[in-house]
Design a protein around this ligand. Structure first.
Ligand SMILES: *[C@@H]1O[C@H](CO)[C@@H](O)[C@H](O)[C@H]1NC(C)=O
Ligand SMILES: *[C@@H]1O[C@H](CO)[C@@H](O)[C@H](O)[C@H]1NC(C)=O
Ligand SMILES: *[C@@H]1O[C@H](CO)[C@@H](O)[C@H](O)[C@H]1NC(C)=O
Ligand SMILES: *[C@@H]1O[C@H](CO)[C@@H](O)[C@H](O)[C@H]1NC(C)=O
Ligand SMILES: *[C@@H]1O[C@H](CO)[C@@H](O)[C@H](O)[C@H]1NC(C)=O
Ligand SMILES: *[C@@H]1O[C@H](CO)[C@@H](O)[C@H](O)[C@H]1NC(C)=O
Ligand SMILES: *[C@@H]1O[C@H](CO)[C@@H](O)[C@H](O)[C@H]1NC(C)=O
Length: 540
């Protein structure tokens, strides 16, 4: 019982030990000149007792099975489940058999020649593909010979890498420059002889494998202008994965077109690491059959497909507008638009001048047929007190001098034109009715009882009967109009003119122009002989 347990433990140890480094593959390749071993794998615990014998055999091409014995070759060592070569040579090619009781295991051993010109043998490399930015790990380990290994070196493309630990290794994030052959060279001594074992990794760095959905670049439908008899190249560009393909569909029902040729696909990796592909379809000697047919280009891959179409159209005749003329037309249209906008703005700003110019040009006269006598009735503060002397002078002297003498209007100034006596109120009423405009020279002290009637009568005519238009002249700045009848504030703002003594002197000034604009149109009979530029008021 006790012994049984012990032997079970022993079994377990052997099992683990052998399964770690045993060789299960039946076809094995070794490199000449390197230490090599074959080790039996205990696939199931074999009931072994002391008497069970272990035998090793080899057979070569002649199929004779020869038993291998310790000492049958100086290079061969046998013990238990292991056959060792110190080192293996080309002659050792052949089949090897391990026999224990009636259990056997067979290996077929091939030996490759050592590459004398390189530090490793290309046929004996382990290829690994690593995605860029993923972990690249290379560890130099040889568990079977571990105890014998004296030193280990790591080479990249046969150049020794600086680090030289007992177990050199690499662990980093892969970059494209990391691609290459990495060789671990283990040195070991045995019976005073130096042996080396080389294990080489072929590391290839590839793109991120995450697939994109392939797409064709550019619009889905392309009209290509062509001339009959000429050639054209249609280019189809795609953004795709490594294994995706780009192809053209250009065959018609009535067989292939000998003029149409599909070129090879050209792939290129952009600086951002994206894969581009382009494929050209060449159409030679274009004829009518090539027109109005959809030449389709497709990219297909695991991620999906995408198709775009090209259609050839005959180049338009001269009747069509060539590009540069179109551009020129657009520029002209924009210039015209800008001009119109400017014109409108200028028109709004210089409305008054334009209207006056138009009246002058057309010789327009509104005063001929309405049967009124006066062009304007001037209402002003009549008492000539010192504080409103200027206003009085303006109404009685300046206005008539400019409007009557210079511009040929007929004003009605009560003090001047009405004979004293009679019913003043009735008189004023009839005078206002005979006038086309009511000019009110406005100031703070305007609202005296005498003028109030003129104002009310005029307002009645203006607002109720619409027979007269009112022009307000703000002679001195009037802060608030609250003292005026409510109805007067209904006047449009442009009917209120502000007199600015310093700026309104010239006949050409805005004040007089605005006043003329509000006055009825009348053909000007050249009045005085005063020049246009002479001041209206005596210079102060
Ligand atoms: C163990 O060995 C004895 C004699 O050497 C043999 O008779 C017996 O069959 C063996 N046991 C097994 C299980 O092979
Ligand atoms: C086969 O093996 C035997 C014994 O190892 C050897 O003598 C013989 O030359 C080998 N034949 C060939 C063709 O390798
Ligand atoms: C293997 O040998 C054992 C005895 O040693 C025997 O009982 C068994 O039948 C044999 N198996 C085969 C497949 O020959
Ligand atoms: C042995 O390896 C060489 C080169 O690796 C190969 O050409 C040959 O076919 C292999 N022989 C066998 C029997 O596998
Ligand atoms: C390694 O090799 C050197 C000389 O080549 C030797 O002196 C040393 O004992 C060796 N070490 C081991 C662990 O075999
Ligand atoms: C190295 O690996 C790449 C990618 O798998 C492969 O194309 C190349 O043939 C390999 N080189 C050798 C020498 O095995
Ligand atoms: C080309 O594509 C269009 C739209 O995808 C399709 O209607 C047409 O049949 C296709 N033509 C050919 C020749 O495959």
């Amino acid at each position: 019982m006790y012994r049984g347990e012990l032997s079970l433990t022993l079994w377990a140890l052997i099992f683990i030990n052998t399964s770690e480094t045993c060789i299960l593959r039946t076809h094995i390749t070794a490199v000449e000149g390197e230490p090599f071993y074959l080790k039996y794998c205990l696939s199931s615990p074999v009931h072994k007792n002391e008497t069970t014998t272990i035998r090793w055999y080899r057979s070569n091409r002649s199929q004779e099975r020869v038993e291998l014995k310790q000492g049958s070759s100086p290079r061969i060592t046998l013990w238990d489940y292991v056959l060792e070569f110190w080192p293996v040579e080309l002659d050792d090619r052949g089949s090897y058999f391990f026999q224990m009781g009636n259990y056997t295991q067979q290996w077929i051993l091939n030996i490759t020649r050592r590459n004398k010109h390189s530090c490793f043998t290309e046929k004996q490399v382990t290829s690994k593909i690593v995605e860029v930015k993923k972990v690249l790990q290379i560890t130099c380990e040889n568990s079977y010979y571990q105890k014998l290994i004296n030193s280990t070196s790591l080479y990249k493309n046969c150049k020794k890498l600086p680090e030289n630990d007992k177990n050199p290794s690499i662990r980093k994030n892969a970059e494209f420059e990391d691609q290459g052959f990495y060789s671990c060279v283990f040195s070991l001594h045995r019976s005073g002889k130096l042996f080396t074992i080389t294990k080489t990794f072929n590391i290839t760095i590839v793109e991120d494998h995450s697939n994109i959905v392939p797409v064709l670049l550019g619009p889905k439908l392309n009209h290509v202008e062509v001339e009959l008899g000429k050639d054209v190249q249609l280019n189809c560009c795609a953004l795709l994965n490594k294994n995706d393909v780009v192809y053209w569909i250009f065959e018609k029902e009535n067989g292939p077109d000998p003029n149409v040729h599909e070129e090879e696909e050209k792939k290129a990796v952009t600086s951002e690491g994206k894969l581009h592909s382009s494929r050209i379809l060449r159409i030679e000697n274009i004829n009518e059959n090539n027109l109005n047919f959809l030449y389709n280009c497709t990219v297909a891959g695991e991620g999906g497909t995408d198709t775009k179409s090209f259609i050839l159209v005959k180049k338009a005749d001269m009747a069509d507008i060539p590009g540069h003329i179109f551009t020129r037309g657009m520029i002209i249209a924009i210039l015209i638009l800008v001009a119109v906008v400017c014109f409108v703005i200028v028109g709004v700003i210089y409305r008054v001048d334009l209207v006056l110019f138009y009246r002058h040009l057309m010789g327009k006269d509104e005063t001929l047929t309405d049967g009124k006598t006066y062009d304007a009735f001037v209402s002003y503060l009549k008492e000539c007190r010192p504080e409103n002397g200027e206003e009085y002078t303006f109404a009685v002297e300046t206005l008539p001098r400019v409007l009557e003498k210079h511009f040929g209007y007929q004003l009605c100034i009560f003090e001047r034109d009405v004979m004293p006596g009679g019913a003043v109120v009735d008189e004023i009423h009839s005078l206002i009715q005979k006038s086309r405009r009511l000019i009110i020279v406005l100031s703070k002290s305007y609202m005296s009882s005498e003028v109030r009637y003129e104002l009310e009568s005029g307002l009645h005519e203006a607002l109720v009967e619409r027979k007269i238009k009112i022009i307000l002249i703000e002679f001195t700045p009037v802060g608030d109009f609250t003292f005026l009848p409510q109805s007067l504030t209904l006047l449009k703002s442009h009917r209120v003119l502000k007199w600015k003594a310093d700026k309104s002197l010239s006949y050409n000034s805005r004040f007089w122009k605005n006043l003329l604009y509000l006055m009825p149109a009348k053909t000007v009979k050249p009045g005085g002989d005063e020049s246009e530029m002479l001041p209206v008021l005596p210079e102060p």
